[in-house]
Design a protein around this ligand. Structure first.
Ligand code: CTP
Ligand code: MG
Length: 250
């Protein structure tokens, strides 16, 4: 198993921890946000969403390499960000769906990496502490994801806006990213989904693992980890980032 060997004063504590690779999926257009650039390049509190994410993974000592999956028409902007990182960063074009973009990222990732983290560029509040927590969460499972228990009462709504029923929220959690997996297990899960024609429908990576019977654990992020979907989300995230200051904390 590959281990970290360049950790300075922490080398004795970290020496048995396996290397991880990180894939930041950033190839979506951001149709619901409606900006004039892809969502990952939209700025909040002085930096693009993808730049906040990259900073958190770059500052994570267990992340040995990073792949940014970018919109094919915007590769130079992402390559410029990659060049400024301390960790090796590859930039590759994405696919038609999020899951296709994850597959593009996996192909570009070094094969020897033991764990792989997958993160949405749309979640710029990720911190090195969250990255460490989700990696630690894997334990004897095949993966772990950041997730939070649902707080709202749920409603199933029929077309036309009338409530059909109120499903129990007991045991229901909202999935977030980063999600961390044993790399070979995620590669197998992606290949199986592709072979069965169901890769494109997956909105997160954990569901691909669950579909092939792999165990995945939830880990509470311990801090806000919103996804930017709409302009309201962008305003909220900007306020949180401004409070936190000009660099990732944790
Ligand atoms: N993503 C991707 N490739 C795609 C679609 C999405 O890499 N073909 C990424 C997005 O860039 C984002 C993450 O997957 O970081 C989560 O997707 P979402 O929040 O839905 O972003 P978009 O698809 O860009 O937004 P929208 O659905 O509003 O168009
Ligand atoms: Mg989308």
């Amino acid at each position: 198993m590959d281990t970290i060997g360049h950790m300075g004063p922490d080398i004795h504590r970290e020496v048995s921890i396996p290397y991880s690779g990180a894939i930041i999926v950033a190839a979506g257009s951001g149709a619901r946000l409606g900006a004039d650039v892809p969502k990952a390049l939209v700025e909040a509190a002085g930096r693009s969403l993808v730049s906040w994410c990259l900073a958190a993974f770059d500052a994570s000592p267990r992340v040995a390499s990073i792949v940014i999956v970018a919109p094919s028409g915007h590769l130079p902007a992402f390559r410029a960000l990659a060049a400024a990182a301390a960790t090796p960063v590859a930039v590759v074009p994405g696919g038609a769906t999020r899951a296709d973009s994850v597959a593009c990222g996996l192909e570009a990732l070094a094969p020897a990496l033991h764990h792989v983290l997958v993160h949405d560029a749309a979640r710029p509040l990720v911190t090195p502490a969250m990255v460490a927590a989700v990696l630690d969460g894997i334990g004897d499972a095949a993966g772990a994801i950041l997730a939070a228990p649902l707080a709202d009462t749920l409603k199933r709504v029929a077309p036309g806006g009338l409530i059909a029923d109120s499903p129990s929220r007991e045991g229901l959690w909202g999935a977030q990213t980063p999600q961390a997996f044993v790399a070979d297990a995620l590669r197998d899960a992606v290949a199986t989904a592709r072979a069965h024609g169901r890769l494109g429908a997956a909105t997160d990576c954990s569901s691909l693992m669950e579909a092939v019977g792999r165990t995945v654990r939830v880990v509470d992020p311990g801090a806000p980890n919103l996804k930017v979907t709409t302009t309201t989300d962008l305003a909220l995230v900007e306020a949180l980032l401004s409070v936190r200051g000009r660099g990732p904390v944790g």
